[in-house]
Ligand binder design. Structure first.
Ligand SMILES: NC(=O)c1ccc[n+]([C@@H]2O[C@H](COP(=O)([O-])OP(=O)(O)OC[C@H]3O[C@@H](n4cnc5c(N)ncnc54)[C@H](OP(=O)(O)O)[C@@H]3O)[C@@H](O)[C@H]2O)c1
Length: 303
């Protein structure tokens, strides 16, 4: 049976992949909530429009637009990113509009490690999402929290932990703490299936393509690229907490404190995923970190 899915965030990194994966589900009719103004971003949506997707122009702060967007919708998928105005107020308003207009379910923009287990106050991005998720649940709409761990892309060039320019892998602690990780593409594939699966109950929906430590990831990347990376510890958990406290004082670069908060949750292991649903859909095989590296990184050149 056809279901109408409203996607917020289709111009974003993850949202654009979710849009394409939803489009390939025969039972999905796709509607996109898109902010106006950026012609290039709008042009990138053309292939979706050509396949029948519909655009509703609007911001999460625009309540009449949210009412227009949610009418006749079965499921809302949110892949927005931003501060409290977007993650808390915007998503709560979207869920409330959905409830008013008879939408059955929302998938909020979580897509993380188990943010519900994080110590309040330690990770601003997780705090925002927990607050949003409480408000969304209070509307009475069904809510499914997709939790897939860290994106495998976070271990890629330009992301800091593994520095492909200098050939150095940096970590806190001894680098052996395991974390769940999934590629963006697999996350999008799973979101498209979960969104349309009426039998998934409200609550967490966890899965992961792999579970690796930073040292495991470095070994895989070395095997794939033929490069040798130096291992370098930044220090202990106490050192990390001190660095994070310092970073909070530097208001010129809030991103640094956020990245250290991610490192801290990974190092303590407190946000580890449980109740994995990897095998829920036959035919949906999640790629391992080695498969991801083989797909995305240059191959070792034989000597
Ligand atoms: N676990 C991980 O390793 C990991 C890594 C990265 C991201 N994530 C998560 O994935 C989710 C998506 O992140 P992303 O990196 O894909 O984000 P992104 O590329 O920054 O895209 C954000 C999207 O939200 C839209 N948006 C922002 N404010 C809006 C508003 N007020 N009204 C309507 N739309 C609005 C943006 O629209 P415009 O194009 O108009 O700005 C864009 O489409 C987030 O929850 C993020 O935390 C997880």
């Amino acid at each position: 049976m056809t279901q109408t899915v409203l996607l917020a965030g289709a111009t974003g990194m993850l949202g654009s992949r979710i849009a394409h994966r939803l489009m390939s589900q025969p039972e999905a009719r796709l509607r996109l909530l898109v902010r106006g103004g950026d012609a290039a971003k709008r042009a990138a949506l053309d292939p979706l429009l050509a396949h029948g997707a519909e655009i509703i122009e609007g911001d999460l702060a625009d309540l009449p637009a949210l009412d227009r967007a949610t009418q006749g919708v079965d499921v809302i998928v949110s892949a927005v990113q931003g501060g409290p105005d977007v993650i808390i107020d915007g998503q709560a308003a979207l869920a409330e509009a959905g409830r008013r207009n008879g939408v059955r379910r929302i998938l909020p923009s979580d897509y993380a490690l188990d943010l519900f287990k994080a110590t309040p106050g330690e990770h601003m991005m997780f705090d925002l999402r927990r607050t949003a998720d409480e408000k969304i649940a209070a509307t009475g709409i069904e809510h499914v929290h997709v939790l897939q761990g860290a994106f495998m892309e976070m271990f890629g060039p330009g992301m800091g932990t593994i520095d492909y320019e200098t050939g150095v892998v940096t970590f806190w602690g001894d680098g052996t703490q395991m974390i769940e990780t999934t590629s963006v593409e697999d996350t999008a594939r799973m979101v498209a299936r979960v969104a349309l699966d009426r039998t998934v109950p409200s609550g967490k929906f966890a899965f992961a393509g792999d579970k690796v430590s930073i040292l495991d990831a470095a070994k895989v990347i070395e095997a794939q690229t033929g490069r040798r990376f130096e291992r370098r510890s930044n220090g202990s958990e106490a050192n990390l907490r001190a660095a994070k406290a310092e970073a909070h004082k530097d208001t010129s670069n809030p991103f640094k404190a956020v990245m250290l908060a991610y490192q801290l949750t990974m190092l303590t292991g407190q946000t580890a995923l449980s109740g994995m649903q990897n095998d829920r859909y036959s035919g949906l095989q999640l790629e391992s970190f080695a498969q991801f590296a083989a797909r995305t990184l240059p191959r070792r050149v034989a000597a």
